[in-house]
Write a protein that binds this ligand. Sequence first.
Ligand SMILES: C[S@@+](CC[C@H](N)C(=O)[O-])C[C@H]1O[C@@H](n2cnc3c(N)ncnc32)[C@H](O)[C@@H]1O
Length: 323
Amino acid sequence: MKNEPPKIDWERLRQLRDLFLQPEPITGPYWKSNRQLQDYDITLGERIGWKWDAVLRELKARGWEPPSPSLTDMGCGTGIATRRLLRAYPGQFKKVTLWDHSEAAVNYARQKIRHEFPEVRVICPGSAPHPKGVVLISHVLTELSDESAGELLELMADAQAMLWVEPGTFETSRMLIEIREMLKDQFKVVAPCTHQNTCGLQAEGNEGHWCHHFADAPAKAHQDPFWGYFRKEMNLDVGPLAYSFLILAKESPLIPEGAAHLIGKPLKFPKFVRVLSCQAEDVRELVAGRGVDAYRSLKKGETPAVYRFDLKKNRILSGQKIS
Ligand SMILES: C[S@@+](CC[C@H](N)C(=O)[O-])C[C@H]1O[C@@H](n2cnc3c(N)ncnc32)[C@H](O)[C@@H]1O
């Protein structure tokens, strides 16, 4: 028998996405049913999972390890981000705390985590927790008022590490940059930056840029009829997906001196490629000609895009990927 693709209430999913895209904060819980959470989890949620997979690959490439066996998901929704983290670091987390102002979401996330990771203890407190271990925040920022965002940041004071992933839009990236600047005296910056200095995107001349990256969908999604329906019904690409992220921790792995992190997509020209590169001194455009060793990798926009470059002014003479 042929595998039937999952049945989705596309109209309801489109309404949900419209709600996410409207610019005003969302004041209360909006999840209506388990069915709606399930539809989200295997579509929009799965795409968020691909972004987390890209971030977690980068964290591994940078040598980051969870500093605590306790994980807290703030605004957990269906718990997709927590499940990606548990998969990426098997056996390392013993306890997961789920917080969301929607009880329906917490119940759904708890069931999914218990099913996939029966060995992990799941705790669902009745009010917002003060996490002491690793905190994860995923696609929550645009729903919060300034006041709620401020309250969320206050709760982070005792966390060992904070992993935050949001859509790769100008607005969310700029919000994450503000948060980075507010918290960087309490935490060390693990990623995306390769340094602890003030964010170079705040410098004059860089106002039009934003810190974003792209996650590919798994190759099999492009052949899967289900994702074909998704594309048609939601009028959305399956991938690559733009995301912004911020990883802070009380202790950070050592980043090799002079490392650079590339932002956005490379601009390709017939004989050279131009990239936006972030390093301790600044954020600026660099160019690499065809003869440069890292040319192919730069042109493909390979991630994680952490490099060490030998430069002559803004020309890349050679580049080594850090992994
Ligand atoms: C777009 S969903 C993202 C869910 C999940 N983190 C993910 O990445 O798929 C945003 C979640 O944040 C929750 N949320 C929004 N504002 C909140 C608040 N002030 N307190 C607790 N949860 C909140 C919503 O109920 C929703 O489940």
